[in-house]
Design a protein around this ligand. Sequence first.
Ligand SMILES: Nc1ncnc2c1ncn2[C@@H]1O[C@H](COP(=O)(O)OP(=O)(O)OP(=O)(O)O)[C@@H](O)[C@H]1O
Length: 661
Amino acid sequence: MFDDLIREEDVAWAAALMGLGPDGFAPVGDDVSRLQAMLRLDTVDFEACPGSGKTTLLVAKLAVLAMRWPHRQQGICVLSHTNAARNEISAKLSHSAAGIVLTRYPHFVGTIHAFVNEYLALPWLRSKGTEVRCVDTQIALAKRWSLLPQNRRWALRQANLSETCLIYENIDYGGGQTGNFGPHTPTYRAIVEARRTSSEQGYFCFDEMFLWANELLDRHPETVSTLRWRFPLVFVDEAQDNSEAQSALLHRLFCHGDAPSRRQRFGDSNQAIYGSPSQRGATSDLFPGAVIHPMPRSYRFGQDLADHVKGLGVTPQALLGAGPPDLLGVDPKAPAIFLFDDGSVQGVLARYGQHLLESFDAAALEKGVFTAVAGVHELGKDDRIPRALGHYAPSYDPVCARRESAPSSFVQYLARARFETAGSGNTDRLVNATAAALLAASELAGGTHGYGSRKSPHRRVAYMLGDSDARADYLALQEIVLTHQGNLSPVIWMAALAHVEGVVRHLSGAAALGGDVITFLAPPQPEALAEGGLANGARSDNLFVYPPDAPQLRIRLGSIHSVKGETHTATLVLDSFYHNHHLSELKPWLLGAKSGGFSTNRRGRQVSEGARMHGRLKLHYVAMTRPTHLLCLAMRKDAFVEDELNTLTNRGWTIIDCTIA
Ligand SMILES: Nc1ncnc2c1ncn2[C@@H]1O[C@H](COP(=O)(O)OP(=O)(O)OP(=O)(O)O)[C@@H](O)[C@H]1O
């Protein structure tokens, strides 16, 4: 059924569609790896270096397949790990008419979580009589915590257990991190009771949906063949990040036993980074598997940048720099290190802004993507400078940047939409953020909207309001949001609030709005013009504008996790602290004294740098391989002695000392 679905004559069309020109996938000399990667449709893993074009390849294949797909009830299943990756694929596909087809029935493009929910867990729970209201770990745990008797909460706090002890690992609500509270103890029984009650009320944590999906497969094994028939071709993006639960379930669904679906996975094991230090990768059906298709060239950056970063790959990769793309008409720049001390840490971003102004012309500054990222973006204690991004930009808001979890207030919904559109004037994000915030407020007020609808939040709200009076409130609210581009001052917010409350009362059916809703609808904080606020260019939407009085560029601030898979013009990687200062620990790699995640000891044996160092290497390998033109680092000046700075200069780094005004 796959013969002739991607033909040689389609390849030039797809390359042009991706903005690569007709030869984008043509052979390079005698290297035909790109062309073959486009044509093959067997089960294979594309494991390749940063910028090798894995996402581009996936989208190009999908565009051709969408055009030629002959089946009406069987579809292509495209799975990604994060919503950010799903959005990137959908946005790229939306450039072609054929691509839009793929985002509809019979195809599926979405996260693994969304797939498991839609096709397995939700229907199964519904068939058992449970209406799922909300799948969100944060919200489910808050519900469960509030269900615990006061004395049990106290006991858990005394035992240093947090709300996460309320996540279960078995369908009898057992398992999980309950510390010393064994099944015979009243506290354990209270934990299980809270888990059960909230689940029966329809509140679930993200990973619990895998348990219910597996229960469906245990009880109805025929589901597997039905889904394989429905999705004969499966693509998995960011495959290196799959957890064991995801990997095992996908293998069981599509690969194990007879008549498997065709599956192509895309990823880079050197870039496997997880949301939290406790998260681990897959232990079965490992990525990459036995059949790997090589793609040795990076089209993101040139050889000079490749040589500076390749040592950080835990498993050394051939990194051939075939970039950068010639979109900006400027040459790549020498990498730079910004040095600072306690007194100058808040001046680093401005110096970076200045360096960008000196390095790029006006057209490149206008078109380019400029970012500053840190491994740790949530400020804990205010010591060990630089602990996190907040030490460089005091008004940085980690919640705004965390794309995977729900914002905790109406104002944060708007701030995140502003951040994601980064001044592009994309009104669609703002409209949907407003609608999503209204739905969240209504949930808190006791409304039930069901879960899993594919409609956009705006369409859902518009449908639910119908011709009611609250519809006028909704339209007035959207007008206020759009007029102010989502940036509402406390005064404007007070004007908008009556409309918000009108809509929320209608959606939820609640006559009065309780404490949770009031907290969610808290007014925005006035922008501090004092030190650390607008005065130094950083704003609550995590954009650093420079120069602050007459902005010529916007620098997007975020965690390294939040920029995975992205391509930037320039990236500044800021040092941060987890057990130690990340970049300071990586100094031997920057100085060229070490390379890769393993070294050879005196007896000739391979010795691992250890799990923590591997995590650090992967995280910063992801960060340092984002830019096309300019890589910058920011580190404490006292991390170096004079000789080391000389070595860096000799290796091609420009040193910029922020301690000198
Ligand atoms: N065949 C190609 N020819 C020229 N440029 C390409 C090609 N494929 C991708 N590119 C360009 O290279 C850059 C990186 O592409 P892409 O994001 O698809 O790489 P990736 O392998 O998914 O990267 P990462 O692993 O870092 O997420 C983009 O700017 C893209 O336009």
